[in-house]
Write a protein that binds this ligand. Sequence first.
Ligand code: CMC
Length: 430
Amino acid sequence: MPNDTLSITDNRTGKTYEIPVVDDTIRAMDLRQIKVNAGDFGLMPYDPGYTNTAACKSRITFIDGDKGILEYRGYPIDQLAEKSTFLEVAYLLYYGELPTKEQLQTWTNAITTHTLLHENTKGFMGGFHHDAHPMGMFISTIAALSTFYPEAKDIFNPETRLRQINRLMAKVPTVAAFAFRHQLGMPYAYPDNDLSYSGNFLNMLFKKTEVKFQPNPVLERALDVLFILHADHEQSCSTSSMRLVGSAQTDPYSCLAAAAAALYGPLHGGANEAVLLMLQEIGSKDRIPEFIQKIKNGQGRLMGFGHRVYKNYDPRAKIIKETADQVFEVTGRNPLLDIAIELERIALQDEYFVKRRLYPNVDFYSGIIYQAMGFPTEMFPVLFAIPRTIGWLTQWEEMLLDEEQKIGRPRQVYLGPTQRDYVAMHLRSQ
Ligand code: CMC
């Protein structure tokens, strides 16, 4: 009997099956042959939340959740955060290798030339209510961009695809900044292509009447590091949404809007907003034990803690904590930091969190930095969506070019009523 197989004995029939094991996985379709009788549909795996189902093969991002390791194309996240820039990391994610100087220049130019939005975009963004959530504006505007670039539907043309990728990379900060300024009632600030990716974003957010905006280099670098940390995270909820919608061969703008919508949720990219609200609700260090008790009693979750994959300290949270110190030297210390540090200290000693292997995740400290930099909490998921754009697009392209991929379409276990005849209204009892 070959070693790389799994023997399964079906105790309902006494039959034994040999299922091939490849890359430590079995194919779900190989289970379908396991039947009680010829008319039987066959066995299916049941996996709500896809907790143990690999839906693709990928060569982009590696996570070892037990050891707290995150690597993009094999490069450890801490090395990239320390030595690289966001656009270089974006190149690495997309092309698979670090760029030469010339390659980086070409990539940067290709993205920089697309930073402007069609003027009509301002028209419909202006139609949002003054207090519209910027993530709602972001999602809708990204979806609307598909109407400006109908060629984007030609998804199997490599040149067209790359043009949309460059466009999306370039335009997401502009859309995000316009959504931010809409809320403040400030005139939109146009991109300044002399600045770096993060520097230009700060310009579009915070420029007032000065002729040329000069980003603070510490904040510019901090934002770049945060962008690096958020660029990809393998098959997260939003990335899986990108792949799922993309599997129907939808254009990349509409797919990205769907991915961003998934990111909006409080259990995913909305968690950093939820962390800030939680810290504000706690209000002072002396109220932490009472708050922890509430969580342990099942009244809510400790936001910014826990992760589907990491059962150890999220490596991104470590780097963010260091970045926070640099930011606070410029902006002044965010008083919520003391509550967060104390909350982390208490939670990491508490049996409830220890037993469930709940550690701070990327969102626990990022919101505190964003707030100190002058962002309202509603902007936090938008700040996550900007760098994740390249991760989504890279994963989308990998899916499109993967010959094994098909339209995503899970199965269900039907537990509803069996077939019955329609009953006329006057014959129905309550
Ligand atoms: N606070 C309190 N208890 C928790 C938490 C938490 N943050 N997270 C998990 N648990 C408990 C949960 O109640 C369950 O306990 P029990 O076994 O007694 O029922 C156990 O831990 C396992 O939880 P789970 O819900 O099965 O774990 P999951 O893998 O489905 O959920 C998660 C992962 C991130 C959704 C969850 O940990 C959570 O809701 N965290 C808070 C929200 C958050 O910070 N999200 C950001 C994730 S990182 C950024 C990103 O990648 O999007």
